[in-house]
Write a new protein. Structure first.
Length: 620
């Protein structure tokens, strides 16, 4: 929470009785189904802000990356007071790549708001986050959002959610879920999607009536650390739900590590969540409350805060294992050090290992080289968020080709990660989608045609998804809605025979010239603009054929006595291809690096000189 945001809030509410009734609820959904927008509406409903305050939209997505991409990456805590009840709301990520974040925070909740788009219905990530909630025995409230969309079918969406939960072996109580219809964007929720209301009061009443109150459990102190925050003033802050006993400012406690080690420590400061900020708490806090602790040293997510004399650790949080790895190494290109502040291997190592403290789904391994690290994550998006965050912080580094994690059984059988891929597309393009996916060892699971749209489900190897999104969007004229989630490890499906065009490689270091680019247009598609600096060995385009070729785009037209050298300034060139970070990460080949700096992204050959590449080719 930034200081600027805190100043814009009202004064903190008056202190209530310590045993105020509480509801702890997590909001879960597929990406872009309206979680964060709905939280905004709840905050306005309980008058957390003054009438004349302009807080903007997506209040909880305070991270610049979250606002730009329109997704939630980090879970957030907020609380509201309604009908003498305190409702702690946890906004969670909707993408499977951030499953580590979802699994942790669900441990703090007694129930979930499952938000489903009335038009799209349950999507792969809906299943992912809901499965976690079902396994934890949490009571769901189904919120069918975006009922104002054209051609939506809210009643059919409810039936699909019921079928989905039944397939997950949900309990009778979980299957008997209350349903709320509405439009978070328009600011209303009600019992009937055809009868809009004026506010979201109906949803708040449904939460209080159906989510069990957080209970105070007598006994010695027990609190699992499920999230952490950081302040430049006070350092690391431990966040979690107090599951047993009480806590107090200044209390001496034990820290039970996941390994079983026990350390004595002291709570220097104690906070609870009030509105969008934290409120100091000098008196006792009872179990059932979500708290933030200052002063605890050397803690990690999954550790337990326990009684000083009789410490009992809670089971550590189970996190799905990574499915993909990428090589991170220092930047050694000819343009090294031009943009970044942090460029050494020590900077890179410290930053990556710091990330593992709060990002449980991420793993970092050192390699034989002191300049190179293997980083394991849940997918391209998961890793790209880390990369983008680091480049904005001023880091310069290079990335190797993403690789899926392969396991082996005792009998030597290779296993690879398989994903459930869902594509919604206009029916006329469904044949092209099936062709592209099956080329990559995908298997059709289900085809559901409705009106002029078709819903396709596939099982596909994770390696088949790398680079697939762009091809699907191109083949469907940008209309495909694509989502995928990890399913399970299965037997290796054999090599994928994808034919990939070769690279156009810069012959020398210099500035790209329009004249040279124009003369070489028939060679392929370019990635650089005229006047852009390039270096020898940089990949500046894609060849029309399957082999790599070296070309000189820094060559200027020589002046003759017939024409002046500048007489072709009006050369018209097609715009170059510019990759997003994820697209570039998926595009690079095994003999290439992606150079990432605060201002630039460049694809390059690992061996910059052509003679060295030819020598390596002969050796291999």
């Amino acid at each position: 929470m930034t200081a600027a945001l805190q100043k814009r809030l009202l004064l903190p509410p008056q202190k209530k009785h310590t045993m105020l009734e509480k509801r702890n609820i997590a909001i879960i959904a597929h990406v872009d189904h309206g979680k964060t927008t709905l939280v905004d509406r709840i905050l306005w409903q309980v008058k957390l802000f003054r009438e004349n305050q302009d807080m903007g939209e997506l209040i909880l997505d305070s991270n610049d990356l979250e606002r730009e991409r329109g997704i939630t990456i980090l879970s957030k805590n907020v609380s509201v007071r309604y009908k003498n009840t305190k409702i702690n709301i946890i906004d969670t990520p909707g993408h499977a790549d951030f499953g580590g974040e979802v699994e942790r925070v669900l441990n703090m909740a007694d129930g979930v708001l499952l938000i489903v788009d009335a038009f799209e219905g349950p999507m792969p990530q809906t299943r992912f986050v809901l499965q976690k909630a079902i396994e934890l025995g949490l009571k769901p409230i189904v919120v069918v959002n975006k009922v104002d969309k054209l051609n939506c079918n809210p009643d059919d969406t409810v039936d699909k959610v019921f079928d989905l939960m039944a397939s997950m072996n949900a309990s009778e109580d979980q299957l008997d879920f209350p349903v709320v219809f509405g439009s978070a964007k328009q600011g209303w929720m009600g019992a009937d999607w055809q009868k809009p209301t004026k506010d979201v009061i109906f949803l708040l009443d449904t939460i209080i009536d159906n989510i069990p109150p957080a209970k105070h459990v007598e006994g010695t102190t027990q609190m699992r650390i499920t999230a952490l925050d950081y302040s430049s003033y006070v350092g690391r802050i431990a966040i979690g739900r107090l599951s047993r006993g009480t806590l107090q400012w200044g209390q001496e406690v034990s820290l039970v590590k996941r390994s079983g080690e026990i350390f004595k420590t002291k709570i220097k400061e104690l906070y609870v969540f009030e509105g969008l900020s934290k409120e100091k708490k000098k008196d006792l806090v009872y179990s059932g409350e979500i708290v933030a602790l200052l002063g605890i040293e050397n803690f990690d997510i999954g550790d337990t805060i326990a009684d000083l004399e009789n410490p009992e650790g809670l089971p550590p949080v189970k996190i799905d294992e990574p499915t993909m790895s990428m090589l991170f190494t220092i930047n050694n290109s000819p343009f090294f050090g031009q943009d970044g502040k942090f460029v050494t291997s020590r900077h890179l190592r410290d930053r990556l290992f710091k990330e593992t403290e709060k990002n449980l789904a991420l793993k970092v391994e050192e390699t034989d080289s002191p300049d190179t690290y293997l980083v394991y994550g849940r997918g391209i998006l998961h890793l790209s968020i880390l990369v983008e965050t680091m480049r904005r912080e001023g880091y310069e580094f290079q990335l190797g080709q993403p690789k899926v994690i392969i396991k082996k059984r005792d009998d030597g059988t290779k296993l690879e990660p398989i994903e459930l891929l869902t594509v919604q597309v206009a029916t006329e393009f469904s044949g092209k989608v099936i062709e592209l996916v099956t080329q990559r060892k995908g298997e059709i699971k289900n085809i559901d045609a409705k009106d002029d749209r078709t819903h396709l489900d596939f099982f596909i190897p994770s390696r088949g998804i790398i680079g697939l999104r762009n091809k699907l969007l191109t083949a469907t004229e940008g209309e495909a809605i694509i989502a995928h989630r990890f399913y399970q490890f299965q037997v290796w499906r054999g090599p994928i025979g994808i034919i990939q065009n070769g690279a156009l490689i810069a012959m020398e270091t210099g500035t790209s010239i329009a004249y040279a680019l124009a003369k070489l247009q028939d060679r392929g598609t370019f990635f650089v603009n005229p006047g852009e600096p390039v270096y020898e060995g940089q990949v500046i385009g894609e060849n029309t054929r399957q082999n790599d070729i070296v070309i000189n785009i820094c060559k200027t037209k020589k002046q003759t006595n017939m024409r002046a050298s500048g007489s072709d300034e009006k050369t018209v060139l097609p715009p170059p291809v510019k990759f997003s970070l994820e697209e570039a990460m998926e595009y690079i080949r095994k003999d290439e690096y992606l150079e990432v700096t605060p201002k630039s992204m460049r694809i390059r050959k690992i061996l910059l000189k052509e003679v060295e590449r030819k020598r390596r080719e002969k050796q291999s």
